[in-house]
Design a protein around this ligand. Structure first.
Ligand code: ADP
Ligand code: MG
Length: 777
């Protein structure tokens, strides 16, 4: 032991000497000066003192004040100086892999070292770490996985959990596990860091842990919403109320006022947007006030014009554009690169900032551009709080984001963009005022902003519960409801129990709440389990293409448009895609027709003629690609598109796969003389949503409808349905696994008896038994 101590002591002295030498070099001195200019540096002593006095400390401070880069570094420095250094081991978690990588590199360069010496990082499938690494940046998922095998975090002296204000699911999970661990490891230190000020919540969760606040300062930022931007161009934006069968709806119109010469480019971008069918006509039938504003249609042209306007007429300063995700960023970048001004590297340095950028590009974001060159950074919400670009003066905000991931194992992002919160919008705006007074353009109307949620709900509360339960199981965190009851904020118990029940019915969990094989695969597909199930079976039965379309279609806004004044025409247009009693198959045909038309550059006309949303079609197209690569990652398909589509023309099979996914969403079809009525077990009589192809039929020659969604307005309406036969329901309703056959028998038998079809129930039971024996053998 004495020898060990001596070695560690020597090593610490050596590290101290190295640092001193580095800080005496010109570069080292410059770096130290920059560090000293950060607000966090002024609080260094107070921070270190608090950490030495208390097992848990909460630190909050404005974005960019130096929390992420400085605080782990302070701890490292002070441990080394106190000659314990060579034995300390600090872990700092980041919600995203890109920040773990970029921050570790930054801290290493602040120390004049290479990555892998004192400072390292680890993210899934990647990492740089050496024998002497004492400070490790990693994703939260990595630490959670480590806790699976090393419950006490042996050898770790400090755990720093960063960005807790984001309330990511992994961070919330981690806090529950760490809270258990603290009494077992009294010498372990836990430091929580956050940008905004909900620090009290965390403090009380950890028994009144002390809170340190780092003071900050920003310059004022002038804010413009879309109507202000349009006004400069002589347009006015108005929101109309409109009444339809389902109640009130709100529709946007842009009208031309006295046109002005000024900013004529922006005006023509708006004209362009006006030509989009979606924008003029779209009026959704949902009641959510936000969904009637579709920002995509204002689109890239407006951004391009604003950027161009800034480059030509505004004072110097970098521009930060918040986009939804990598897709958007790369297509916008392509567009801008072909612009005479924005694509000219002598005038504009066009950079991107997102989860999968290369590290060489990461460094460029922080560099000052050459004189006369304007830096424009196209970013995702990473640039909101995780990464601070110092010289930003102008911010463009599209108002949407793909929310952070909830898949702890794979860190796969959620697939659909959604509205940000007011706090996020303010955060984005604040990015413009770090060095001087700034400007922020929000590319949506003020009243849309007013309708944003105040805060983003914690991920644990907004993630669909079914996926949440699967996640808890895949991380082996014990009983689902018991685990969740110890969370900072937990979802309602009854809802959790319902979700568990549902997962058992669809065969993702067995009787004892353990993941089945199906359940394990579902955790790899970040989407509703029923959609995941459909995809998996589509892959197994080699009818992937149509199923990819169905699943993508169920994940986006309804592609079939029904404008108020042309309702009849629109419904007729939809029904021409269907002669077989299925909304899902109608969508498959509509999509395939669109794809063919796109090949001839006629996709737009096709959509216009058939009352389809071009935006939704494009979204389906890109989701299909994402889903396919998820299936590939899960090992469920190889890239051979021919074998996975060997049975894609078999409509009965596709119907069966749809049924497999949507079960237990079934209703029975009861015929009377002239028409038919529908019944579900829970609701009794139900109705069809008027734009369903089945609503136009007077007879449905199938005994069952499987449906995707029920909506209760004044009656219960079914949305998107497909008619299926007895045999399909018998074989594909419930789970096809050797697990809980009895449970399913009971459940489905219950349905069949309820609908007075005992003969079929009997047939079903014997079929199921045969199937079970087959599987067993
Ligand atoms: P916080 O975590 O409080 O938001 P950070 O520690 O991330 O702040 O950043 C502190 C400062 O360091 C910011 O001004 C930021 O611009 C700068 N910075 C961070 N990473 C880099 C980097 N890789 N290169 C240059 N500057 C950086
Ligand atoms: Mg930070």
């Amino acid at each position: 032991k004495a020898v060990m101590e001596k070695i560690l002591w020597r090593r610490s002295l050596q590290l101290c000497d190295q640092q001193r030498a580095w800080q005496d070099s010109p570069e080292g001195r410059k770096m130290l000066e920059f560090r000293k200019s950060l607000p966090a540096y002024k609080e260094k002593d107070a921070i270190l003192k608090a950490i030495s006095q208390s097992q848990v400390v909460i630190i909050s401070g404005e974005t960019g004040c130096g929390k992420t880069t400085q605080i782990p570094h302070f701890i490292l420095e002070s441990e080394i100086e106190s000659v314990r250094g060579a034995s300390c081991s600090i872990i700092c978690t980041q919600p995203r892999r890109i920040s773990a990588m970029s921050v570790s590199e930054r801290v290493a360069s602040e120390r004049g070292e290479k990555l892998g010496e004192c400072v390292g990082y680890k993210v899934r499938l990647e990492g740089i770490k050496g024998r002497d690494t004492h400070l490790l940046f990693c994703t939260t998922g990595i630490l959670l996985r480590r806790l699976l095998v090393d419950r006490n975090l042996k050898g770790i002296t400090h755990v720093i959990v960063d960005e807790i204000h984001e309330r990511g699911m992994n961070e919330d999970f981690l806090l529950i596990v760490l809270k258990d661990l603290l009494p077992r490891r009294p010498e372990l230190r836990l430091i929580l860091m956050s940008a905004t000020l909900d620090a009290e919540l965390f403090s009380s969760y950890f028994g009144g842990a002390p809170i340190l606040r780092i003071p900050g300062f920003t310059y004022p930022v002038r804010t413009q919403f879309l109507e202000n931007i349009l006004e400069m161009t002589g347009y006015r934006l108005t929101l109309y109320n409109q009444i339809d069968d389902y109640g009130q709806d709100r529709v946007w119109r842009i009208s031309k006022q006295a046109p002005r010469k000024r900013k004529s480019q922006i005006a023509s971008a708006v004209e362009e947007a006006l030509r989009s069918a979606d924008f003029k006509e779209y009026s959704p039938q949902t009641r959510e006030s936000l969904s009637c504003w579709n920002p995509d249609c204002i689109g890239f042209n407006l951004i391009e014009c604003l950027l161009c306007d800034i480059c030509e007429n505004e004072r110097p300063g970098s521009v930060l554009v918040f986009m939804t995700g990598w897709d958007d960023i790369s297509s916008l970048k392509d567009k801008l690169l072909s612009h005479p001004i924005l694509g000219d590297p002598g005038r504009v340095s066009l950079l991107t900032c997102h989860g999968s950028m290369a590290s060489s590009e990461q460094r460029l974001i922080f560099d000052e551009p050459k004189d006369g060159v304007r830096k424009i950074v196209l970013a995702t919400n990473i640039a909101e709080t995780s990464i601070t670009i110092n010289d930003v003066v102008f911010v463009l905000d599209c108002g949407k984001a793909k929310e952070t991931s909830y898949d702890a194992l794979n860190n796969t992002p959620c697939l659909l963009p959604s509205w940000i919160s007011k706090v996020s919008a303010q955060q984005r705006r604040g990015r413009a005022g770090r060095v001087q007074p700034g400007e922020c353009y929000h590319l949506y109307p003020r009243c849309v902003y007013e309708a944003f949620a105040e805060y983003q709900l914690p991920e644990i509360l907004r993630t669909p519960l079914q996926s949440l339960c699967l996640q808890i199981k895949s991380l082996q965190l014990g009983s689902i409801s018991e685990f969740l009851s110890r969370a900072l904020q937990s979802p309602e118990l009854l809802a959790v129990q319902n979700a568990i029940e549902y997962l058992k019915i669809i065969g993702a969990l067995d009787k004892n709440e353990n993941l089945t094989v199906l359940g394990q695969y579902l955790t790899m597909l970040p989407m509703e389990p029923k959609l995941g199930k459909m995809l998996i079976l589509g892959a197994i039965f080699n009818c992937l293409d149509p199923i990819l379309t169905v699943v993508a279609g169920l994940s986006v806004r309804d592609p079939f448009l029904t404008p108020m004044d042309k309702k009849e025409l629109a419904e007729a247009a939809k029904s021409q895609f269907s002669n077989d009693y299925s909304d899902h198959l109608a969508l498959v045909r509509a999509y395939e027709g669109w794809k063919d038309a796109e090949r001839d550059f006629a996709g737009y006309d096709y959509c216009w003629k058939n009352f389809l949303s071009m935006q939704s079609m494009k979204a389906i197209d890109s989701l299909r690609r994402e889903f396919f690569s998820l299936l590939k990652d899960a090992g469920l398909v190889d890239s051979n598109a021919i074998t996975c589509n060997a049975w894609s023309h078999e409509e009965h099979l596709i119907r069966a796969v749809i049924c497999y996914g949507l079960y237990p969403g079934i209703s029975s079809v009861v015929h009377n003389e002239k028409s038919f009525s529908l019944k579900t077990m829970e609701d009794g009589q139900v109705l069809l949503y008027s734009n369903s192809v089945n609503a136009r039929e007077s007879k449905i020659p199938y005994p069952w409808l499987v449906f995707n969604e029920k909506i209760k307005v004044n009656a219960v309406f079914l949305r998107d349905s497909t008619a299926v036969s007895d045999s399909v329901l018998l074989l594909f309703g419930g789970s096809i696994s050797k697990g809980d056959i009895d449970g399913h028998l009971k459940m489905l038998g219950g349905y069949l008896e309820f609908f007075m079809k005992p003969a079929i129930a009997e047939m079903y039971q014997s079929l199921r038994r045969e199937l079970d024996e087959l599987i067993q053998t």
